[in-house]
Design a protein around this ligand. Structure first.
Ligand code: FHN
Length: 424
């Protein structure tokens, strides 16, 4: 049974994903153990080298706030099995190696104090456990004990750190809900943390969907709360020393594209093994936060677009406002087809500068625009309306989708609505 998703999530829109563990020592991503086929025993021995002396979760929280993030999710345990908290189930933890600290406890305290909602990522897949690879058929007793340990580790995360807002599971493959005893696990979580949000990655529906490295299209978006998880680098979730970082315009457009379709964005950083956030990420987050400080009204608390007809970019909606996210500058005049509601005023959101406009039955024309966009990354025009935003029926969703087999089943009805227009 899903928990109702609270407004802090659906209105907060923007979270920070933090993939941090002893794998950061290698600087080649979070899966180096598996991808480079390292010997698990040798990998484990290097745990003592993980000594993040410059780890300061208050600085991480400051960066999250400066970016405009409203919540965060930290990897408590990734697939390598290294626990970033003082788990009593294994000596392979940060509390029993290196600096002998409980990084989960420090993160939860600092981010909570900063007013951020705190989530924990937990991988059920555990490459440090041979019975994970043997599986329930080859090693029934060993796999049962492994699953019991997994449930115990989750119980620790639900009881050690006070209120946790999100449990972000990962690594369910290749086993089923029955083999993970997912229903019992979920019941334990709900009992220990009644208002926690659990994602859809323990082979149960969970409370929210998690499209990964993708932004769903209107026609195919999940019909329940969802959150796209994207990396801030071209690849890799854990720290990689030599990977391209995304530019601020990409991040801003990704965030607004997700919000336009009604979802959240959780944006990832892989901190370095010394505990610092890569300077490229801090710079990127300062720029994104700067844009959000001027244009946040077009993101936080908005609802998804009502039209799939724009030729200039994206649209998000407030109770009696439509925000036009202009990514592709139209020149002196912008045309929006399909908005039925009467427009009272138009202005640049960032500066409040009023804009002349005229509106007929099916189109709005915003005029007096400068030759070049005030903000090439995304210039937002706010339209104040006489009532709730509504679109012409033919504008709600396009009838084409590309691959024929993906055509939404309402195509015929929408095509019929377009017939009069096609004869005009
Ligand atoms: O294998 C993991 C990967 O390392 C990373 O944690 C992502 C984040 O969503 N999840 C899995 C890949 O789907």
């Amino acid at each position: 049974m899903a928990n109702p998703v609270p407004r802090w999530f659906t209105e907060g829109k923007f979270g920070l994903f933090i993939h941090w563990g002893m794998y950061s020592l290698f600087g080649r991503g979070e899966q180096v153990l598996y991808r480079e086929h390292l010997k698990p025993s040798e990998y484990r021995e290097r745990a003592d080298e993980f000594r993040p002396t410059r780890f300061d979760p208050r600085d991480w929280a400051k960066t999250a706030l400066s970016a405009g993030a409203r919540y965060a999710v930290l990897t408590a345990k990734h697939h390598d099995g290294f626990c970033m908290w003082d788990s009593r189930t294994t000596p392979f933890t940060a509390a029993r190696t290196g600096l002998r600290r409980d990084y989960v406890a420090e993160y939860v305290r600092a981010f909570g104090k900063a007013g951020l909602r705190v989530g924990l990522y937990f991988s059920t897949a555990d490459w440090s456990q041979p019975s994970y690879f043997a599986g329930p058929r080859r090693d029934p007793a060993g796999f049962r004990a492994f699953v019991q340990t997994t449930h115990e580790q989750v119980r620790e995360l639900c009881t050690r750190f006070g209120k946790i807002d999100i449990l972000w599971f990962d690594g369910v493959w290749p086993y089923t809900a029955r083999e993970w005893r997912s229903k019992a696990l979920m019941a334990q979580i709900r009992r220990l943390q009644p208002s926690i949000l659990v994602n859809d990655r323990i082979a149960l529906t969970g409370d929210f969907g998690t499209p990964e490295q993708s932004i769903p299209e209107q026609q195919f978006k999940p019909l329940r709360p969802w959150e796209s998880c994207l990396t801030s680098t071209e690849r890799f979730w854990g720290y990689h020393a030599n990977v391209r970082w995304k530019a601020d315009f990409e991040t801003i457009r990704d965030l607004c594209s997700v919000v336009e379709v009604g979802g959240n964005l959780i944006y990832n950083v892989g901190p370095k093994s010394d505990g610092t956030l890569p300077p490229q990420f801090k710079r990127l987050m300062r720029k994104v936060g700067g844009w959000l400080r001027l244009n946040g009204k077009a993101v936080y608390g908005t609802s998804e677009t009502i039209c799939d007809t724009t030729t200039f970019g994206l649209m998000t909606c407030g109770p009696k406002t439509v925000y036009l996210h202009v990514l592709y500058w139209p020149g002196r005049e912008l045309t929006l087809a399909g908005l039925k509601t009467h427009v009272r005023s138009a202005r640049f959101l960032a500066t409040g500068k009023p804009l002349p406009f005229r509106q007929d039955k099916e189109r709005l024309y915003v005029m007096g625009l400068p030759v070049r966009p005030p903000d090439a990354r995304n210039t937002v025009i706010a339209l104040e309306l006489a009532s709730r935003p509504a679109s012409c029926p033919w504008a709600r969703q396009r009838i084409w989708t590309g691959a024929l087999e993906r055509a939404p089943d309402h195509s015929q009805q929408v095509a019929a609505r377009m017939l009069p227009w096609s004869r005009s």
